[in-house]
Design a protein around this ligand. Structure first.
Ligand SMILES: *Cc1c(COP(=O)(O)O)cnc(C)c1O
Length: 414
């Protein structure tokens, strides 16, 4: 991971900070979540980092501006390029992902858009596995296409189809793992190998897995992306996104962010840093709840099918077992012999889980993908994207497992 050498406040030594210590991988994930990326001694000797509210940063004199430019000095200049709170969070996220560097955006979508815009030129092609966040797909087909970038979609997990779609113009292979909402897990070693074989870069959106469950960079993937709005922030109170990779590969993404301005405010970053302190603890409960609810739903007479990589009927259970530490809090299921209205009735009867989009926060959320994300799509399109009318997506929070089970039990009981 990169380290941050902060500017030294020349007139007040108690405001200066020592360089953030490098976190070796020998430290456990909770220790990294709490201390990673942070200086040991902080301004005002506070144990927490201050929120540094400043849109611009001052220079002592003209010579110090010239020194900053010529020596590419590690200090702040203007808030669109970076701020102290952002650097701390970036270093913490880089440490969690096992990356040299991370760059944080104002949302997961800003991160995806930033990466694609930084890396692609007119005439380039990208290949996607087709189960993916619908807005990522929309950006590629509706907007990247306007700049002459061609997107190919192939069935998720079909590496032969992906290899066949690669041309000399292909610049990037993209997948989520697990995918949303079917929770298909990708063989990351094979994905990285395919990219290397064809000299094409690879991107994994690991939002649903988080660095607790998988570390795509360890498998040779070039970029790992997270919507930090979900598990990393973890409290349904902020939006953010991150991209981690090598210093060299991340540099132009950071450069573009400084122009497009998709950076977080220091207040938002304080919340994200605060949320990350308990990341490892929260993930343990999310994983426990996800597995328990998947098992409960699998045995329920009103449930036709459960999609959860941690149970053995899932098509990618073996891949998940080999590559993941846990399987996450998201559980998708189909209600037996139910039309869309009867399915909606079950969602409406939930009393602990709240009805809403998103996932990864401490509060459980329940939704029917047909209504929440695909309401305006044609039935053919819903079938194509694998969204049946009787599908429910439950994003387990960190409530007590037995309360979530009881909630689903009463919701399913007609
Ligand atoms: C939510 C989500 C995104 C988008 O992130 P935002 O922070 O909402 O912009 C991208 N990918 C996946 C898998 C997501 O769940």
């Amino acid at each position: 991971m990169s380290t941050y050498t902060p500017m030294t406040a020349s007139d007040n030594s108690s405001h200066s900070r020592s360089t953030a210590p490098k976190r070796s991988s020998s430290q456990g994930m909770s220790t990294v979540s709490v201390h990673g990326g942070e200086a040991r001694q902080k301004p005002y000797d506070a144990i927490t980092d201050s929120i540094v509210c400043s849109s611009t940063y001052t220079f002592e004199d003209t010579q110090s501006i010239i020194d900053f430019i010529e020596q590419d000095g590690q200090r702040e200049e203007y808030g669109r390029y970076g701020n102290p709170n952002e650097r701390i969070v970036e270093n913490k996220l880089a440490a969690l992902d096992g990356a040299e560097e991370a760059v944080v955006f104002s949302s997961g979508m800003a991160a995806i858009v930033g990466l694609l815009m930084a890396k692609l030129n007119a005439g380039d092609e990208i290949v996607f596995f087709d189960q993916c966040y619908h807005r990522s797909r929309e950006f590629c087909f509706k907007h990247l296409s306007r700049f002459g970038v061609i997107t190919h979609q192939v069935p998720t997990g079909d590496f032969d189809a992906m290899a066949a779609a690669i041309t000399p113009k292909t610049k990037l292979l993209v997948s989520e793992s697990p995918t949303n909402p079917q929770l298909t897990c990708i063989d990351l070693e094979q994905f990285a190998a395919l990219g290397k074989e064809h000299e094409v870069e690879t991107l994994i959106d690991a939002t649903l897995a988080t660095p607790f469950n998988i570390k795509p960079l360890d498998f040779g993937i070039d970029y790992v992306l997270h919507s930090a709005t979900k598990y990393l922030g973890g409290h349904n109170d902020l939006l953010a996104g991150s991209i981690a990779g090598s210093k060299e590969k991340v540099a132009d993404i950071r450069g573009l962010r400084g122009i497009m301005g998709g950076i977080n405010s220091p207040h938002n970053l304080f919340l994200l840093q605060r949320g990350l302190k308990t990341f490892e603890l929260r993930m343990q409960r999310h994983n426990e709840n996800g597995l328990a609810l998947a098992k409960f739903l699998s045995q329920h007479p009103r449930v036709e099918h459960v999609y959860y990589p941690g149970i053995d009927n899932h098509p990618t259970h073996q891949i998940a077992r080999q590559t993941m530490r846990g399987f996450g809090g998201l559980v998708t299921f189909l209600v037996k012999d139910a039309d869309w209205r009867q399915t909606a009735d079950i969602v409406d009867r939930a009393r602990v889980a709240r009805i809403g989009p998103s996932l990864g926060g401490v509060e459980s959320l329940i939704e029917q993908p047909l209504v929440m994300s695909y309401y305006t799509q044609t039935p053919q399109n819903r079938r194509k994207f694998g969204i049946p009318d009787n599908m429910i997506r439950l994003a387990c929070g960190i409530e007590d497992t037995q309360d979530l089970i009881a909630d689903l039990e009463q919701a399913l009981d007609t």
